[in-house]
Design a protein around this ligand. Structure first.
Ligand SMILES: Cc1cc2nc3c(=O)[nH]c(=O)nc-3n(C[C@H](O)[C@H](O)[C@H](O)COP(=O)(O)O)c2cc1C
Length: 324
């Protein structure tokens, strides 16, 4: 295509990209314009060495931001052709987007885009109503459209078996003081542009909870306000587990989350069993699927809530320095 993207297009698309989820809301991304292409990069200063030593979480988050970038550019009529990890010598460059043939967005793309600003992690108990079959189908198709799979755990025994793996992983992580310190560092009791606000952290964990919650210092629970007894648990997986596969998984995650939001559903993420290698392997074996689990989602009908803060977009842009 002709001239490439402009700084204005970069800024507009990055404003949407940063709405993506990230571990502890670290927002580990940067965006730049190079030779007319928009590039998304890992921000190494926002890695979590104790929680995410391999960089898996950073790549999933950047993949989710990349999905938002693609969607925003498409809805603006300037869709992109994407190359993942375009420069072998620069592994922190996650993707490069160059203008593709301009076209009108489809109604489905517009609906997903409309969900982007409304989506948030809802860690509160959901209503007990089951997620209907057509919505389940849309969620699994969303993962498939991005080259991944989404396995919905069916039946109490599958959910209980998963919960045991997840609680075990949670206990392993909680034994590590560096992991706990990192989480405390990103909990925000006062308004802040990053980190997890205590108001979004969900209620304090209680012994009867089936699934482990990360513990972001949420409020105490009113009596009787337990979590839904039969949560819809979904495992998102990719065919392989290279750095590129993890970026692909991030894109699929965001497409699933936006599809859920568009369907009126709430979701929260649960990655302890992904972060502990033995738990991840147990999970993989229990699913009997080819590939690697990359994320676990709890999906259902939630109470209203609010999107969490982000840093101003100009803080994450590397703009060309104007010539004097
Ligand atoms: C790789 C990854 C792992 C995550 N793991 C968890 C988790 O285990 N528990 C949790 O409550 N949220 C988890 N999250 C959600 C983030 O905490 C959340 O996206 C972030 O705080 C921003 O909030 P938002 O999703 O409401 O925009 C994870 C997100 C990502 C991208």
């Amino acid at each position: 295509m002709d001239a490439g993207y402009t700084v204005e297009q970069l800024r507009a698309a990055a404003t949407d990209a940063v709405r993506a989820p990230s571990l502890h809301n670290t927002q580990p991304w940067r965006f730049r314009l190079r030779d007319g292409g928009i590039e998304i990069l890992v921000d190494p200063s926002r890695r979590l060495p104790a929680t995410d030593p391999s960089g898996w979480g950073v790549r999933v988050a950047c993949g989710a931001a990349l999905f938002n970038l693609r969607l925003a550019l498409t809805v603006a009529g300037t869709p992109a052709a994407v190359r993942l990890r375009p420069y072998p010598a620069e592994p922190d460059v996650v993707a490069r987007l160059v203008p593709d043939v301009p076209r009108r967005p489809t109604p489905a793309e517009q609906a997903l885009y409309a969900a982007l600003a409304r989506r948030f992690s809802n860690r509160a108990p959901f209503w007990p109503d089951p997620v209907p079959a057509d919505a389940r189908w849309r969620l699994t198709e969303a993962a498939r459209a991005e080259g991944c799979w989404l396995e919905l755990l069916v039946g109490v025994s599958a959910v209980n078996a998963f919960a045991e793996i997840a609680r075990g992983a949670h206990r392993v992580l909680e034994r590590d003081p560096a992991y706990r310190a990192e989480r405390e560092e990103w909990v925000r009791a006062e308004p802040a542009p990053d980190g997890v606000p205590t108001s979004a952290g969900g209620p304090q964990a209680e012994p009867q909870d089936l699934l482990p919650s990360r513990g972001f210092g949420g409020r105490n629970r009113a009596p009787g306000r337990d979590f839904e007894p039969e949560p819809l648990v979904a495992v998102l997986g990719s065919t392989g587990n290279t750095a590129v596969d993890q970026v692909v998984a991030g894109q699929a995650l965001q497409r699933v989350l936006l599809t859920a939001t568009d369907a009126g559903l709430a979701a929260s993420l649960l990655s302890q069993p992904i972060e502990v290698p033995t738990a991840r392997e147990q999970l993989r074996l229990s699913l009997g699927r080819f590939g690697t689990p990359q994320m676990v989602l709890r999906i259902g009908y939630g109470q209203p809530g609010w999107p969490t803060p982000r840093r101003p977009v100009d803080e994450v842009l590397d703009l060309p320095v104007p010539r004097a």
